[in-house]
Design a protein around this ligand. Structure first.
Ligand SMILES: NC(=O)c1ccc[n+]([C@@H]2O[C@H](COP(=O)([O-])OP(=O)(O)OC[C@H]3O[C@@H](n4cnc5c(N)ncnc54)[C@H](O)[C@@H]3O)[C@@H](O)[C@H]2O)c1
Length: 309
């Protein structure tokens, strides 16, 4: 199996590191536009192989798309990250140009690949990729829900005093501070609803912390986070390459599901060898559906900006 990660910055390199450590692919190409960066990080990672015992061959290249040919999966992390005080939406102008040209270059060498879009604003970048790639919709996935759901589980575990691994919790909607919807009424601690153990005040606090989880870290670090984004993306790559059929919430093209069309939004999907294979209907309450529709309106407004670029 071969994976390419475009963008050897914080998220791309962390994602590549996770893929190599888990030996998800035999070949891994790291590509960046900055001369030498991908080459250097690839060699650095390869020098951990003797210590960690993995066999994945990692190659770094500067803008050499020929090296990416026949990739089974391509992860797109190229683009500007947020600075403190910025929203993901403010990145649209620069990142749309980058994501579009990267997608075109990738498809010249891997026309049937599966693309995972990480660059922000992810919902709009995934929509752009769906439009520009011409790939079947199941082969284009946005990473946002995997991260936001992991953050949700973290905040729930802090309040419950339990392991995040014992929790099932899903975030849907848009991948923005005001558009994501942590589905707390659907979250369980093993099989018991978490709401059995939390006051309304605690629930509200967890939901609010999850929604600004990214901004909280950007403020602390000075740029956006990378460990959980890299791990979340690698989990999607793993479910594809190992055909695991994991349920992960991802940005996908909706065609009537959850009452929306002509848009990419985060919903729970089953991920396997063909990309996302099935959307799960979580039977939203009236309030949850109204929040989802509101997110869709905000994301649609953002998508409209693409027409003006
Ligand atoms: N979807 C999510 O949940 C999520 C989470 C975190 C970050 N992000 C987004 O991912 C992107 C990357 O974040 P980061 O922290 O790794 O940023 P970063 O600045 O560390 O890395 C970005 C890399 O992209 C490279 N790049 C820029 N233009 C390129 C091009 N045309 N071709 C190839 N490479 C190019 C840069 O040289 C840089 O190395 C940002 O847009 C960020 O907002 C998304």
């Amino acid at each position: 199996m071969k994976v390419t990660v475009v963008g050897a910055g914080a998220v791309g390199a962390t994602c590549a590191d996770n893929i190599a450590r888990k030996e998800l692919a035999s070949e891994l190409v790291l590509l960046d536009i900055k001369e030498g960066v991908a080459e250097g990080k690839a060699i650095d990672m390869m020098q951990t192989a003797a210590l960690l015992g993995f066999d994945t061959k990692i190659k770094g290249v500067t803008n050499d798309y020929a090296a990416t040919e026949h990739s089974d999966v391509v992860v797109v992390t190229s683009g500007l990250p947020r600075k403190p005080g910025m929203t993901r939406e403010e990145l649209i102008g620069v990142n749309a140009g980058i994501v579009k040209s990267v997608t075109e270059n990738i498809l010249k060498h891997s026309p049937d690949t599966i693309i995972i879009v990480v660059s922000n604003p992810m919902d709009t970048m995934n929509y752009l990729t769906l439009q520009t790639s011409g790939l079947p919709k199941n082969r284009v996935l946005g990473m946002g829900g995997a991260l936001d759901s992991a953050r949700f589980r973290y905040y729930l575990s802090q309040e419950l005093g339990c392991s995040p691994a014992d929790l099932n919790a899903v975030v849907i909607g848009g991948h923005g501070d005001t558009t994501m919807i942590p589905l707390i009424k659907h979250a369980t601690w093993n099989s018991t609803p978490v709401t059995n153990f939390l006051s309304q005040e605690q629930q509200d606090k967890i939901v609010a912390a999850t929604m600004v989880g990214g901004a909280t870290l950007t403020k602390l670090i000075g740029t956006s986070a990378w460990y959980a984004p890299g791990a979340g993306t690698a989990a999607m790559v793993e479910s594809i390459l190992r055909d695991e059929k994991k349920l992960i919430s991802c940005g996908v093209a909706l065609d009537g599901e959850y009452g929306q069309s002509d848009i990419s939004l985060v919903v729970p999907v089953i991920i396997g060898r063909n990309g996302w294979e099935r959307i799960l209907d979580f039977k939203l309450s009236e309030a949850e559906q109204a929040a989802f529709n509101k997110s869709a309106d905000a994301v649609r407004n953002m998508n409209d900006v693409l027409k003006t670029l």
